[in-house]
Design a protein around this ligand. Sequence first.
Ligand code: GDP
Ligand code: GDP
Length: 447
Amino acid sequence: MNTSENLPVVVIAGRPNVGKSTLFNRLVGRRQALVSDMPGVTRDRKEGEAMLRGRRVRLIDTAGLEEAAPDTLFGRMRASSESAVAQADLVLFCIDARAGITPADAHFAAWLRRQDRPVLLLANKAEGQAGTDAALEAYSLGLGTPLALSAEHGEGIADLMGEIADRLPDAPRAQAPHSEDRPEGPLRLAIVGRPNAGKSTLLNRLLGEERMITGPEPGLTRDAISVVLDDPGGPIQIVDTAGMRKRARVEQSLERMSVSASIEALKMAEVVVLTLDATLGVHEQDLQIARLIEREGRACVLALNKWDAVEDRAKTRQAIADRIETSLAQMRGIPVVTFSAMTGAGVKHLLPAVRRAHEVWNARVTTGELNRWFEGALERHQPPLVDGRRLKLRYMTQAKSRPPTFIIFGTRAEMLPDSYKRYLVNGLRETFHLPGTPIRIQLRGTK
Ligand code: GDP
Ligand code: GDP
């Protein structure tokens, strides 16, 4: 009678020395695992039970398993984690925020993305303000929003427990196949951008012109507020992180904090208004924020503010559009709205654009339409040869919306090169009118 057989399985994975065992100890609450300063000290696989927000889980620490297999570091990580990951209900993938992302982390992340298991990305050793850069960089692993924490100092552990509990198979917020099609509730909007782009001015303008259903209230995270506007098209909830930006002014570099504030805000949003000071053109930091929006799978509207102060409007618009098209191919067709938050001119076009972006993001294409198009697309351009053999792509279906996500099935489909995926994404975007939204393609090989 071993009831632990039925417990959800949470696996801690990552390269040696990132703090897996320390985290294991934290979560299990007893010193079951041996912690060492030397990378890769041989240890047995550790298993324990943890109680997280009232849920019992079986926790597996893969630390030390690396020694069992020869080969490269990545090969060892993979070999050690393979069986554990296969049975995982959730994988906690740890990186060392102090060390930054290493090639082994990146390789392992790429492998993990293909395993089709839920993953929570943890940036450990981030006590104090340490590791902000690595946490940002960790977005590039494509495993969602990294959670910064310190296993050793116990920072962020309570949040982590909540995040784990929310992701367990039969968590109250169930992951039903279509749970993402959430029809109820106001559209959730975030206004992000670099300092001085005019976000506060814009928010005040919107608050001044729209009828508010609820006034500023403490929002979902520390220092975030949210207001609900009674827009004619339906209620819109705006999440603002003004407080976080203010704190930034005293505590750390404005630019960097502005990006982390944006991350917080866009996590809570469905549509993100990326606000630019149009007199300054597009900055690298704007692109960085845009990429985060894409990575998080949010709909985006580009707002060119301070239009009153722009001299050659046609030229400015074109220059910005060109820069966005070339630098952000993943968001092709992103809607652009120009206005002056200060004078109010043009601001009325913003919320309708937000609503259209939201619709595109929610779009669903029927399997029939999709496959009629897919056949033609395959004929126009055959999938390339991989290792001298042609990939046989059979059919396609939309797995979910928010953002639109498609699955392609076929023999060795998982080998499809990115260039061909981009060809399909561009075709989907044009054919089914999906401008400006991130589009995801997943590949499923069939035998
Ligand atoms: P593992 O090989 O991934 O299991 O890593 P360990 O848990 O053995 O930790 C490796 C080293 O990192 C040890 O020296 C730990 O004390 C240290 N460490 C773990 N967590 C943290 C943390 O949150 N902050 C800092 N600064 N060090 C940590
Ligand atoms: P935030 O840091 O993004 O919240 O930016 P603010 O809303 O605080 O605005 C930064 C500065 O830009 C302030 O001096 C604003 O008065 C100015 N500003 C904001 N919107 C406009 C606009 O539409 N036109 C002009 N000319 N200035 C603006």
